[in-house]
Ligand binder design. Structure first.
Ligand code: HEC
Length: 154
């Protein structure tokens, strides 16, 4: 029993200590000239879907929820955001070259259709970010429309 109490105590202290490990949550300034929703002048419903379901991980406009401040959950949250931005950052869309834009639109259609995005683990904490079948259709149709415009322009 004594050992058990010691272990629990040790874990509590460890938990308290890891809260002090600093994490970088600074947001880069938003350049409206590069931001996907501004560049494309996306229709309201598309803007709403993107901002609610994608922008937390794929933009510099992340809204951190309370649980994102508690280690070790915060480590996982920060990791997803960092990785999400590295793959696709809607805030920097305008700086992508033509090939990358085309790739990203194609990947986005696939990811949304196949329910890989928004990340399932994220939806569990953000039910409002879940996309209905209708939302998925609207969003993929929009990406596809952008893609067509693009391919024919080539
Ligand atoms: C909780 C964070 C999170 C949310 C929310 C999220 N993503 Fe992602 N996304 C990631 C991560 C992490 C990756 C990279 C790893 C992977 O592919 O699983 C990724 C990868 C992608 C890729 C692949 C990029 C490539 O390089 O091929 C696309 C496209 C994408 N996401 C689109 C979206 C769209 C569209 C939404 C909204 C409907 C969305 N994501 C919502 C975290 C997220």
């Amino acid at each position: 029993m004594k050992i058990f109490i010691k272990i629990v105590f040790g874990l509590l202290i460890l938990f308290a200590l890891i809260q002090f490990i600093p994490l970088d949550r600074t947001l880069k300034p938003i350049d409206r000239k590069l931001n996907f929703v501004e560049v494309k002048q996306t229709p309201n419903e598309i803007t709403k879907i993107l901002k609610t379901s994608c922008y937390d991980c794929h933009s510099n406009e992340t809204v951190y929820p309370d649980y994102a401040y508690v280690a070790p959950i915060s480590w996982s949250v920060n990791h997803h955001i960092k990785e999400g931005r590295e793959h696709l950052n809607f805030s920097e869309w305008g700086s992508y070259n033509a090939d990358l834009k085309k790739d990203m639109l194609e990947n986005a259609v696939k990811a949304v259709q196949e329910r890989e995005m928004p990340l399932p683990g994220y939806i569990a904490y953000h039910p409002e970010a879940n996309l209905s079948a209708a939302d998925r259709k609207i969003l993929t149709a929009y990406f596809q429309q952008q893609l067509e415009h693009y391919v024919s322009a080539k």
